[in-house]
Ligand binder design. Structure first.
Ligand code: G3I
Length: 464
């Protein structure tokens, strides 16, 4: 079936349109409006020659607070569901782009580039696929790729041509395509996509290939053999559906090895899930994890961008698939920015940390304490205090004190026990971190609120 003529490619403009509606305010510690925050993630990423985007789905296009963020914060959008086969070819030979076109139009109206997702996948297929005789499926697959990629010619900058074709052990997933067409189906899909849209970058996309291992090795070998054979492939998408505290240690090395094969790499579906409910400790770990992922991408020139798999915890696939888990994204369910947002913002070069002065209060009592504001936003901040044992023997406990001068508060604190008496703060060690070896350190952190000025207080430290 011939593909329809493509439409004109939209070029990403340097600016993003700020369409801020009324944003509901959630947790007070992380609830600045986007308008307060200076550059957006999309703008910061663009300054680094990259994009920072979000997946989205059709039902949320009617939600004004949601689209206010979607349209202003990101410079890239991925069609989260409605470009999949069950939506685009619900009946054999009958194509329907009604839903996906709405998302592409939204992106174009907001100067956002579009990642197309996805042409060939074992999931979200129409039922009729199973009835196609083995001898006809290759032709059916080529027609589908030609038609969908042809429809969006010039409008989609990356296509996830084939999605999730490998098992964890690196063997081929026994999808209907694998079973009825055989190993060659992946190459055939890429060739059909190149023919339909010669300018789109063609990606292989998968999960659990962020670190080096059997599955990512299989993808690595696929890309290598495609390059050797001249089969068109331009990029690898690392989905990055990650778990709190478990960013693979080989992420950067893995991105680099794909880049060294001569393909681009994109982080395509980033989220970092936790057991719910959130708390300040988990939020801090999640912020660190988002920062690690962002830095890994920035460290490799061919890592072209990062996409979160939707941006708000209220619109994530995680809770329905992993009961008891969630809070995986960079905005909460009320569209308030989380510490993970600010970690990405800062990693991309944002200057949200307005106070980084350190003050050391040394009472001569065997320890020093260093207070550092690690992130600050309208009305809120995050700080870390490092306690160092300067004595001659290990400590059995410690106490850090300071007095706020500008009405700041501490809302939640981890790795220590807080006593607040008006503006006077006393933090004692938690049961597990009172012992510090000679010249060793420990740290506690907290999230707090301020009313506009947030000077670093003078801190004192004493050992028990
Ligand atoms: O559209 C129907 C709606 O009519 C019905 O009322 C409702 C009832 O459950 O279901 C709706 O369909 C759901 C669809 O998303 C659209 O919301 C499906 O049940 C649901 O299974 C489907 O989940 C999608 C999932 O892919 C399917 O595997 C998620 O939204 C989507 O975020 C997720 O995305 C995948 C990527 O494509 C590939 N990588 C993994 C990622 C997460 O699973």
């Amino acid at each position: 079936m011939p593909a329809p003529a493509g439409r004109a490619r939209r070029v990403l403009a340097a600016t993003t349109v700020a369409v801020m509606g009324t944003l509901a305010v959630g947790m007070a510690v992380a609830a600045p409006s986007s308008a307060d925050a200076g550059p957006t993630l999309g703008q910061l990423a663009a300054a680094q020659g990259r994009y920072f985007g979000s997946a989205t789905d059709n039902p949320t296009l009617d939600n004004a607070p949601y689209t206010a963020v979607l349209g202003s914060e990101f410079n890239q959008i991925t069609v989260g569901n409605t470009q999949k086969w069950m939506y685009t070819e619900p009946n054999r030979g009958q194509f329907d782009y009604t839903q996906a076109d709405k998302i592409v139009a939204f992106a174009q109206a907001h100067d956002q580039i579009v990642r197309g997702h996805t042409l060939v996948w074992h999931n979200q297929l129409p039922g009729w696929i199973d009835t196609v005789p083995a001898g006809e499926l290759l032709g059916v697959m080529r027609d589908h790729v030609a038609n969908v990629a042809g429809h969006y010619q010039g409008e989609v900058v990356h296509w996830d041509v084939v999605n999730e074709a490998f098992e964890e052990d690196g063997t081929r997933r026994q999808s209907v395509f694998q079973q009825k067409i055989g190993d060659s189906y992946i190459a055939e899909a890429f060739k059909a996509a190149r023919a339909a849209d010669p300018d789109a970058k063609l990606y292989y996309n998968d999960y659990n290939i962020e670190g080096i291992g059997a599955k990512s090795d299989a993808v690595y070998n696929l890309v290598k053999s495609f390059k050797q054979q001249g089969i068109p492939i331009d990029g690898v998408g690392l989905q990055a559906h990650l778990i709190l505290g478990q960013v693979p240690s080989t992420l950067r090395q893995n991105i680099q090895r794909f880049a060294d094969l001569g393909v681009d790499v994109a982080i395509t579906e980033l989220d970092i899930r936790m057991r719910t409910p959130r708390d300040a400790t988990k939020d801090a770990q999640q912020a660190a994890d988002y920062r690690t992922v962002t830095n890994a991408c920035l460290a490799v020139a061919r890592c072209v961008g990062i996409t979160v798999w939707d941006f708000s915890d209220g619109y994530s696939w995680i809770p329905s698939v992993f009961p008891g888990e969630g809070a995986a994204l960079i905005y909460d369910e009320n569209f308030a920015k989380k510490p993970s947002y600010w970690a990405v913002h800062e990693a991309l070069g944002g200057t949200t940390t307005t106070t980084t002065t350190t003050t050391t209060g040394n009472t001569g009592s065997g320890c020093t304490a260093t207070y550092r504001v690690t992130g600050q936003w309208h009305g809120g901040y995050q700080a870390e205090v490092t306690v160092r044992n300067t004595g001659a023997t290990a400590t059995s406990g410690w106490t850090v004190r300071w007095t706020f001068a500008q009405g700041q508060t501490v809302r939640s604190l981890w790795n220590g026990v807080l006593t607040a008496d008006g503006q006077e703060m006393t933090v004692r060690n938690a049961p597990y971190n009172g012992r510090i070896t000679v010249d060793g350190t420990t740290a506690f952190g907290f999230i707090g609120a301020h009313t506009g000025t947030n000077d670093t207080p003078t801190v004192t430290c004493a050992t028990a």
